[in-house]
Design a protein around this ligand. Structure first.
Ligand SMILES: NC(=O)c1ccc[n+]([C@@H]2O[C@H](COP(=O)([O-])OP(=O)(O)OC[C@H]3O[C@@H](n4cnc5c(N)ncnc54)[C@H](O)[C@@H]3O)[C@@H](O)[C@H]2O)c1
Length: 301
């Protein structure tokens, strides 16, 4: 399905990105394995993980090249895309997968914790997408896949930075899809569930949390790859601006915000009539205070 396509996968030195890079290469794609090799919190640099993935791909007869630049910097992100074009002569797909976590309750979250996560996830997805966009427009083809998260789409505690970035990525993807559809460029999101070092930071302080983590361990990163591969392929030519969830053997199409219910008053509203009439009328449709785990409440299949 992706034979001959040139695809950049960011954060491909480990976790979900690594398995995706391997799957793409098995399918005949030429892969730019981008990774700075940071810790899960985004500290340090190590080119080794990306080199190992490239070595693994080449040992299996596939084509891949290492890129160690950071997605979080505009000039470095341009080099990631240039790496694809310089090495393989073109670029057909971008997977914005690189990510870090700096979890903290909102009232204790520092500017640095906010900024670091936004820089890698939201700015990183913008920088790499923006660098690829002109190539995609010129060749009138190209596909973006962005990793979002149900933590952002639904909610999660202690992750205001990450959740804001991941919701931002959903809007970024829709915007790219709208702006570039006339050039046959597509942009879709996947919210993955997978056991990786990122999810291994989930606290296991209570029996409930520990049980949830045991469930997570069944969900291997390799389970995310098939959907990403098909979204990058011409088989998904009609799939644009969608948000999917993959959780082990389940694939979900997610809703996107639309009006739920309206109230109208001919003479307009005052704060008082909104309190006595408007808000009570809407209350039955209020969205509950749930988190991702409340919505995905059953064991992964
Ligand atoms: N694992 C899950 O259950 C889950 C759930 C929801 C969303 N996601 C998303 O999926 C993506 C992959 O997550 P994962 O679980 O494989 O995590 P991971 O930590 O195993 O992989 C992330 C990779 O990104 C790299 N990276 C970090 N900063 C970078 C930068 N500035 N430039 C280039 N590379 C950088 C890291 O070195 C790491 O190898 C992330 O965007 C994450 O938010 C994962």
């Amino acid at each position: 399905m992706v034979q001959g396509k040139v695809v950049v996968v960011t954060g491909a030195g480990g976790g979900i990105g690594r398995d995706l890079a391997l799957a793409l290469a098995r399918g005949g794609a030429k892969v730019v394995v981008n990774d700075v090799g940071s810790s899960a919190a985004g500290e340090g640099q190590d080119a080794q993980p990306a080199h190992q993935v490239v070595a693994e791909i080449r040992a299996a007869g596939g084509e891949a090249v290492v890129s160690s630049d950071s997605v979080a910097n505009a000039a470095a992100a341009r080099r990631i895309v240039e790496c694809a074009v310089d090495t393989y002569g073109r670029i057909d797909g971008v997977v914005n997968n690189a990510g870090i976590l700096r979890d903290r309750m909102f009232h204790r979250m520092s500017v640095d914790e906010w900024d670091a996560v936004l820089q890698v996830h939201l700015y990183g997805s913008y920088h790499v997408s923006r660098a690829a966009a002109n190539h995609f427009k010129e060749q009138a083809s190209g596909a973006f896949v962005h990793m979002t998260s149900t933590s952002g789409l639904i909610g999660n505690i202690g992750q205001a930075n990450y959740n804001a970035a991941k919701m931002g990525i959903m809007a970024l993807s829709k915007s790219i899809a709208l702006d570039l559809q006339k050039y046959k460029v597509r942009s879709n999101c996947i919210a993955p569930f997978a056991w990786s070092r990122m999810t291994s930071s989930i606290p296991t302080d209570t029996p409930e949390q520990a049980a949830r983590v045991e469930k997570f361990k069944q969900m291997t990163p390799a389970k995310i790859a098939p959907l990403a591969v098909v979204l990058l392929s011409d088989a998904a030519a009609d799939v644009n601006a969608q948000v999917f969830v993959v959780r082990n053997n389940e694939v979900f199409l997610m809703s996107q915000p639309r009006p739920l219910r309206s109230v109208h008053r001919g003479e307009g509203w005052t704060p008082e009539t909104l309190a006595s009439h408007g808000l009570p009328a809407l209350k039955g449709s209020f969205v509950p205070m749930d988190r991702s785990a409340d919505v995905f409440s059953w064991d992964p299949l």
